[in-house]
Design a protein around this ligand. Structure first.
Ligand SMILES: [Zn+2]
Length: 275
């Protein structure tokens, strides 16, 4: 599933090609994409409108339109955009410069939602907590959110209403960087550990953005380029391999219902005070 770095990469590639462009023709081919709303009605709302700006909030792409409406796209498992025709196309946008942007989705969990101006912020705020690369995401803020939860740290960090945009990959990578075990109760971390987790989340996400995301299975960028973050995973998917820091064999467990990779030595179950 695309996480913040992948969605940000897609946003950055779509923005220059969509901003200022009018949607001359909108065809939605899969009723699942817009349900419970009728696909023809949604296509009708979008057709003729002009894209002002392409933004990202958490894992949502937000296309703000001249009319005041916004199209919110969530890629879920396998959604992607591309300017060349492909299989599994679920929607097609034709632009006034003659280009054709297709939305593809093999597993069909992605969603397109058109919202009125007044509904955009309330909807996005209800679904998304702090942007981890934004000014609201401070150490104090993270500490207060973790202190309120005794679920495993990993599960709390996967909750989009806490930190927006994190998913299975970047949580594991961040906790390895922070040297904190993913199964620790969120409210059991010391102040210094919280600060490490905060710093590590930002570092892991920035590394992912720099490398245009991770290319695993169905992730593709609109330009057809590939991200390279998968070559630099420190723990994710690497059970049985040596930890890049201490050479201990990386373990796999489950946390928050997800496969979870960690180094049992760098990320002990007990509090890990570094000196
Ligand atoms: Zn290690």
């Amino acid at each position: 599933m695309p996480e913040l770095p992948e969605v940000e990469t897609i946003r950055a590639q779509l923005a220059p090609r969509l901003e200022g462009r009018t949607l001359t023709r909108v065809e939605i081919l899969d009723p699942r994409l817009t349900r419970p709303y009728d696909l023809f009605e949604v296509a009708d709302e979008l057709e003729g409108d002009t894209v002002l700006v392409v933004e990202r909030r958490g894992k949502y792409l937000v296309l703000r339109l001249e009319s005041g409406l916004a199209l919110l796209v969530h890629l879920r498992m396998t959604g992607s955009f591309g300017f060349t025709p492909a299989t599994h196309e679920r929607a097609v946008l034709e632009l006034d410069d003659g280009s054709r942007l297709a939305y593809r989705d093999v597993r069909r969990f992605g969603t397109w939602l058109v919202l009125e101006t007044a509904d955009i912020e309330p909807y996005l705020s209800a679904k998304n907590g702090a942007e981890p690369l934004g000014p609201r995401f401070t150490v104090a803020w993270l500490a207060s959110r973790l202190a309120a939860r005794r679920a495993p740290l990993k599960a709390v960090l996967l909750d989009q209403r806490v930190v927006a945009g994190l998913g299975n990959i970047y949580v594991d990578e961040a906790l390895w960087r922070a040297r904190v075990n993913p199964l620790r109760p969120a409210n059991g971390l010391g102040a210094e550990e919280v600060a490490r987790v905060h710093r590590a989340i930002r570092a892991a996400l920035r590394a992912g953005i720099e490398r245009q995301g991770s290319t695993l299975r169905d992730y593709a960028t609109p330009d057809g380029t590939e991200g390279s973050m998968q070559d630099e995973f420190r723990v994710y998917g690497r059970d049985g391999e040596p930890c890049p820091r201490c050479r201990t064999t990386i373990s796999k467990t489950r946390a928050g219902g997800r496969g979870t990779w960690f180094c049992p030595r760098c990320q002990p179950l007990a509090a890990n005070v570094l000196r």
